[in-house]
Design a protein around this ligand. Structure first.
Ligand SMILES: CC(C)(COP(=O)(O)OP(=O)(O)OC[C@H]1O[C@@H](n2cnc3c(N)ncnc32)[C@H](O)[C@@H]1OP(=O)(O)O)[C@@H](O)C(=O)NCCC(=O)NCCS
Length: 474
């Protein structure tokens, strides 16, 4: 079965490349890049002048919804099937990506969570890594994860009134001075053919440092501020939990592995990913790009929704407790929507079914926390709320999204400071944004520059007041 799925995906990508499961990630990438560039250039030459579609005024005014005009190679989102990472669905990733312990032949279906280190490899190369390759990444991230005392002091001096996402963005901006890409560019030592390589080097450095940076923010903002020493031999997720102060809590480690894998990427149009892509198109280094991605993620319609969900649930529980009727939940939804507020954790700009990332976390809750009162309430809510939201005719998608369950699981497993949840999303999203950036540099994508028009233009366009030549030029 495993072989069948893999062969089918390789066919999907028309993969001509001979994959060596012993080679390290950078070697695989270095071998793939010329092959992929050739394919990219051939496609561009063949179809570059073809028309892809038309747009309506509503689309131009409505957040460019449904306009396909971005190139993004590593994940796609289907309204029904949800996200596919290099062609692999979330259940397939769950089955096929390497886990912490190599399962024996008999328990191949083992239910351990995949390691996000493996997803990094998959997103960069389109290939499923071997256990050996993931171990190399784990080791490399461990070694490159040390941060300077200067940076720790900088974080510890930030005003505790700041949101943790603000602290994260500032910390990454502070660390920008360590960018190899920026330094070599300034010294005129880079040329277009090696842009990708130093983007890759910065990306690995940045990803490797995130557990220490995030844990420092967590302990400064919510605990006693004392750092917890790094522990040799842990994977990226367990290291993060350990340095936050959750020592040896394997269920939490598993949740973080799942969380940091499934939030990594969601095609190129999402605010955080697109923000980093846009800044990257002006040759910003990975630190600049990720600062932008994080500030985009910090908006309540995007990544901040995971903290909002928990706040919304806790407010409900404070009044009604955990043992509630469906009617009480419906009334709460009504009050929220009719007072012009959002029901966080529901709805999506693209998806028209329950989000597979939500389903993955739902199963996790069922497996580890089935009898927990908050998880039971959440399951009841995910049954009742979509039916209620469907009655509001303007809402296109009443289904639970990725943020619906994540906060409650983190809360029940000990991370109760919900302002921190978006930081966890940000750590994961760095994998998607940065792997995209490496390929943007390899393909040599140009600076992004769409055009805008003023109100007079839109008014005049359909009254034939704009001469045809000018229309075409615009
Ligand atoms: C995700 C989201 C931003 C998508 O927005 P969208 O593409 O504009 O969604 P729709 O086309 O369904 O929006 C149409 C209307 O329904 C409203 N709507 C959508 N989801 C809603 C929700 N969960 N609760 C209340 N109203 C909602 C929108 O605000 C919009 O209102 P308007 O007609 O007054 O402008 C939206 O569903 C939302 O805000 N959800 C709650 C926040 C959240 O969970 N975000 C995380 C997303 S992964």
């Amino acid at each position: 079965m495993r072989k069948q799925i893999i062969n089918c995906k390789r066919l999907y990508h028309q993969n001509q490349y001979f994959f060596n499961p012993k080679a390290d990630l950078k070697t695989v990438l270095r071998e793939q890049i010329p092959i992929k560039i050739q394919g990219f250039n051939e496609m561009k030459k063949k179809y570059g002048d073809r028309v892809m579609g038309e747009i309506t005024v509503n689309q131009a005014l409505g957040g460019m919804r449904g306009i396909r005009a971005l190139f993004y190679d590593q994940s796609t989102v289907d309204p029904i099937d949800g996200v596919m990472f290099r062609g692999y669905s979330i259940p397939e990733l769950h089955e096929l990506l390497p886990k912490l312990r190599k399962p024996s032949a008999e328990d191949f279906q083992s239910d351990q969570q995949p390691l996000p280190e493996g997803l990094f490899f998959l997103l960069l190369t389109g290939e499923l890594p071997s256990y050996h390759q993931v171990e190399l990444i784990r080791h490399e991230w461990d070694v490159r994860g040390k941060v300077s005392d200067e940076l720790i002091n900088f974080i510890n001096r930030l005003d505790n009134k700041m949101h943790p996402m603000t602290m994260l963005s500032l910390a990454i901006l502070y660390e920008q001075k360590t960018s190899k890409f920026a330094q070599l560019y300034n010294e005129s030592k880079l040329n277009k053919s090696n842009y990708w390589e130093y983007t890759y080097e910065d990306s690995v450095d940045l990803i490797a440092k995130l557990p220490r940076i995030a844990a420092t923010i967590y302990r400064k903002k919510f605990k006693d501020g004392k750092p917890i020493a790094h522990k040799d031999g842990l994977d990226w997720s367990a290291q993060l939990a350990h340095m936050m102060g959750f020592e040896g809590q394997e269920t939490l480690n598993e949740l973080l592995r799942a969380f940091l894998t499934i939030h990594a990427d969601h095609e190129g149009g999402e605010v955080s990913t697109h923000a980093s892509h846009l800044v990257g198109s002006a040759l910003g280094d990975p630190y600049l790009c990720m600062t932008t991605a994080y500030t985009g993620l910090a908006g309540p319609l995007h990544g901040l929704a995971n903290q909002e969900v928990l706040k919304w649930i806790l407010n409900f529980v404070e009044v009604h407790g955990y043992d509630v009727t469906n009617r009480q939940i419906e009334d709460y939804v009504n009050t929220t929507v009719l007072s012009g507020r959002l029901v966080p954790g529901y709805g999506h700009a693209v998806l028209r079914r329950p989000d597979p990332r939500f389903l993955h976390l739902y199963d996790f809750g069922n497996k580890y926390l089935r009898d927990n009162e908050m998880i039971r309430l959440l399951h009841q809510m995910t049954d009742v709320i979509p039916r209620r939201l469907r009655t509001f005719k303007n809402i296109s998608s009443p289904y639970p999204n990725v943020d619906c369950h994540s906060g409650a699981l983190l809360y029940q497993l000990g991370i109760q400071e919900y302002q921190f949840y978006t930081v966890l999303f940000a750590i994961s999203r760095s994998i998607g944004c940065l792997t995209n950036l490496v390929w943007c540099r390899a393909f040599g994508l140009p600076i992004e520059r769409p055009e805008s028009a003023d109100l007079a233009y839109y008014n005049n366009l359909f009254q034939n007041k704009i001469p045809k030549q000018e229309k075409d030029d615009q």
